[in-house]
Write a protein that binds this ligand. Structure first.
Ligand code: FES
Length: 253
């Protein structure tokens, strides 16, 4: 049974057309995505921007580029416009081209408009073997969209991405770069979309009742968790470190 399933899904993978990178990562000049399209960070976003920048020395402001791009994208309904990238360049004192280079490298940055729920479905081998294609087909049918398209009501967009790092709970999808939903079937995938459409918030993580990544036999290792790990008094540890450091310095004199 398992070998038949593997053979069927592996054949599907072999026959699948060659994939290119998601169309959402490409910039297109559209009326809502031009150099003159207004973009300004909100006060709330500025607080986050400054917080990220405070992690780096003044002469390394550009090190905050990726998190600041995320702040811009999130503020703008998950859409990183040209003017948003230019604003990031200005705030971080970078050349706009340097910011475009970063944004265009990662599929997490959407440089064209996406749906309110931007679904990135994992299409790498473990997810494919476990039925990713069927789940993606179910999304396309329910939302009436193709790959890299937005539904007519603006609620859903779909793209296929590479491994999202939860292969043991394959197949899985990620929404808006933030939340993941695992152990999917076509039916549970459509249930997710129905819940979002109804304004609800589905349970995150595995959709089959599994706890985290536990196998069918439940927990088979790490039965005893050391209390010490949880009860460490970090203030006391730091105090001891400082005292030891001072004692070592005094001994050197
Ligand atoms: S292959 Fe899908 S999460 Fe790794």
């Amino acid at each position: 049974m398992l070998s038949r399933l593997l053979r069927k899904n592996t054949m599907q993978m072999i026959k699948a057309p060659a994939r290119s990178m998601s169309a959402f990562v490409n910039h297109r000049d559209t009326p809502d995505n031009l150099e003159e399209t207004p973009f300004e960070f909100t006060e709330e976003s500025y607080v986050q921007v400054k917080s990220w920048m405070s992690n780096f020395p003044d002469n390394y402001k550009h090190s905050a580029c990726i998190p600041v791009l995320f702040v811009a994208q999130k503020q703008n309904n998950n859409f990183l416009t040209l003017s948003a990238m230019n604003k990031v360049a200005k705030v971080l004192e970078m050349e706009p081209m340097q910011v475009y280079e970063v944004a265009s490298f990662y599929t997490m940055f959407n440089r064209t408009r996406v749906g309110k729920y931007h679904i990135q479905f994992c299409g790498t081998t473990p997810c494919m073997i476990r039925g990713a294609n069927e789940c993606m087909d179910a999304i396309k049918e329910y939302a009436n969209i193709g790959m890299d398209e937005i539904s007519a009501d603006g609620l859903f967009s779909l793209s296929e991405v590479e491994c999202l790092g939860a292969c043991v709970n394959a197949p899985m999808l990620q929404v808006n770069n933030e939340w993941v939903y695992e152990d999917l079937t076509p039916e549970t995938t459509v249930e997710l979309l129905k819940t979002w459409k109804a304004g609800g918030e589905p349970h995150k993580g595995p959709q089959n009742g599994r706890i985290n990544s536990l196998g069918p036999e439940g927990r088979t290792s790490l039965h005893v968790i050391s209390e010490d790990l949880h009860d460490r008094d970090f203030a006391a540890v730091k105090e001891k470190y400082e005292a030891d450091k001072a004692a070592a310095a005094a001994a050197k004199k």
